[in-house]
Design a protein around this ligand. Structure first.
Ligand SMILES: [Zn+2]
Length: 267
């Protein structure tokens, strides 16, 4: 299967305990993967890249050939009403609908335990469960991995969760406690984009110092929010506030956005 990075863009996807001014997104550009690395070092931000798929492997084409219709793995969640804000990391170029993961596919997750805290598995499994409960997306922890190359992931890779320092992941500089984001594939159903894999990276030093169990979990949950497509909001009652807000659980705005992300059509 040939994979080629056709274009990429980026958005503010950082989670900070301290202040980090948001950067203006650069214009879309055509680039190969080296462009991803170049962008990553510009500031404490994470990329969301778009892979190009070959037409013969479009999942909808596969279903057409097989005469089958894809079905959701879990029911979509009711979208709660409330005053809370939410935003999305990326919108479909044609319709403006949010970009998300395919709810008919399992989102596989692998943990790199090197440098991770002792309770890393519990932290990740709790985040997976909370995000699944809020979206109706199904996650599966497929095991551990030695992979740490979050800048060069391929479509078939499980979501990579790891703990790192800022030498390895420059996005973790300053007070940034975690970063998260997903790679997009373009080409489903005539240009629709879908996330196919991504990464969550937590700050090793921050987790060594942090004593609040609620905060330790909240940061992983916040990054899983980015992973499935939520962006930051100014509303401090939401976990997707840039600095986590005043809360350690998803707020009403977070939950509304997550439900919408999980309710998109299958590919
Ligand atoms: Zn964030």
């Amino acid at each position: 299967m040939e994979r080629r990075l056709r274009e990429l863009d980026w958005l503010d996807q950082t989670y900070g305990l301290g202040a980090l001014p948001p950067a203006a997104p650069p214009p879309r550009r055509s680039s190969r993967l080296s462009g991803v690395i170049a962008l990553l070092v510009v500031s404490g931000l994470t990329v969301s890249a778009v892979f190009a798929m070959q037409p013969q492997i479009f999942p909808d084409r596969v279903h057409e050939l097989l005469g089958t219709t894809p079905e959701r793995l879990l029911p979509a969640r009711d979208i709660p009403s409330g005053p809370g804000e939410f935003s999305f990391m990326a919108a479909q170029p044609e319709t403006g609908e949010p970009v998300g993961y395919d709810p008919c596919e399992v989102i596989e997750v692998a943990i790199n335990p090197d440098g991770a805290p002792d309770d890393h598995r519990e932290l990740v499994e709790t985040a997976m469960q909370r995000t699944s409960d809020a979206t109706g997306l199904q996650f599966e922890l497929v095991g551990t991995t030695r992979d740490r190359d979050f800048e060069n992931m391929s479509m078939d890779d499980p979501v990579l969760v790891m703990w790192a320092d800022e030498d390895e992941a420059p996005d973790l500089a300053e007070d940034i406690a975690g970063v998260g984001g997903s790679y997009r594939v373009s080409g489903y159903g005539g240009g629709t984009q879908r996330y196919v894999t991504g990464f969550v990276i937590l700050d090793r030093d921050a987790y060594e110092d942090m004593r609040s169990d609620a905060m330790r979990q909240a940061i992983v949950d916040h990054e899983f929010g980015h992973l499935v497509g939520l962006g930051h909001v100014d509303d401090p009652r939401q976990l997707m506030h840039e600095h986590g807000g005043f809360v350690t659980d998803y707020g009403d705005g977070d939950l509304a956005g997550l439900a919408e992300l999980g309710a998109i059509d299958c590919s």
